[in-house]
Design a protein around this ligand. Structure first.
Ligand code: GDP
Ligand code: MG
Length: 254
């Protein structure tokens, strides 16, 4: 049964996602209302296709941005609209069928139980996961855990998460990065620094082959450079905050 909420919505940033987007949005709607999609300057006809779906469905809203600004920028656009409409939390989810829509209710329930926390998906990979991506993840997770003094981030990169809107908007307004693929890891580290506790829940992830409709906009060189620069600035921020983080950890242990 579809759950209807006035506090929590599903937010799907989308850029040239391929044909799996329709099934993805449809499946999210089966489990939740409302679902919002931010189409981020896509040129593949998905804006028109999604708008046609929304015209038949009150629980679905489609926002179309004229120019591609990146995943983080699209999420921020959705956050601003969600806050204006009175929502307190968003569950972010990829548009390309890789994330499990059937996990939406459990993640939302956990967030309602712990509204000050962020609920982080921890990916359960199957054999379809490229080993280079799985290894890259370990490196990013190692850095994120150091940068937060092991505050409990289960996975730094997985985009299937529930965020409290207010602190995430504050974090994003304070700086100009986090607008592209640096969004997910930087959000989780900065929110930890702001005292938002991570709660980890497992969630399956699937990698589709191109012939199955799989599309990825992650470019190894460009985006690994972006993530390296991101961890560089986070590390500098970590060193600067170290006394505060140590004091907080000592308090929580005592
Ligand atoms: N709004 C927006 N979303 C993007 C952009 N690039 C990727 N995404 C979305 O972010 C999610 C993950 O991107 P994807 O290319 O599938 O990366 P991968 O799953 O890490 O290989 C998908 O839902 C994409 O539609 C972008 O430039 N803008
Ligand atoms: Mg993907």
């Amino acid at each position: 049964m579809t759950a209807v909420s006035s506090t929590h919505l599903v937010l799907i940033p989308s850029y040239n996602p391929g044909p799996l987007v329709y099934e993805t949005v449809h499946a999210a709607r089966r489990f939740w209302s409302p679902v919002w999609v931010v189409v981020d300057g896509s040129s593949d006809g998905s804006a028109e296709g999604l708008r046609a779906m929304a015209a038949q469905d009150e629980g679905l809203r489609v926002m179309v941005l004229a120019h591609n600004g990146g995943k983080g920028a699209a999420v921020l656009h959705g956050l601003e609209q969600a806050a204006a409409a009175g929502f307190s939390h968003v569950l972010t989810m990829d548009s390309d069928g890789q994330h499990p829509p059937e996990c939406i209710p459990a993640f939302m329930t956990e967030s309602s139980r712990q509204p000050a926390a962020m609920i982080l998906g921890v990916p359960l990979f199957d054999a379809s996961a490229p080993s280079l991506r799985v290894q890259g993840r370990r490196i990013s997770n190692g850095w994120a855990n150091l940068e937060t003094l092991w505050a409990g981030i289960g996975d730094s990169l997985f985009g299937f998460r529930v965020y409290p809107i207010a602190p995430l908007r504050r974090v994003m307004r304070d700086q100009r990065w986090m607008r592209r693929f640096d969004f997910d890891p930087e959000a989780v580290v900065r929110l930890c620094w702001h005292g938002v506790r991570p709660v980890n829940l497992p969630a399956s992830v699937r990698y589709y082959r191109p012939e199955e409709g799989g599309v990825s906009h992650f470019r190894y060189l460009r985006d690994n450079l972006l993530l390296t620069w991101m961890h560089t600035r986070l590390f500098v921020g970590f060193v600067w905050r170290l006394p505060v983080l140590l004091a907080r950890r000592a308090r929580s242990r005592s």
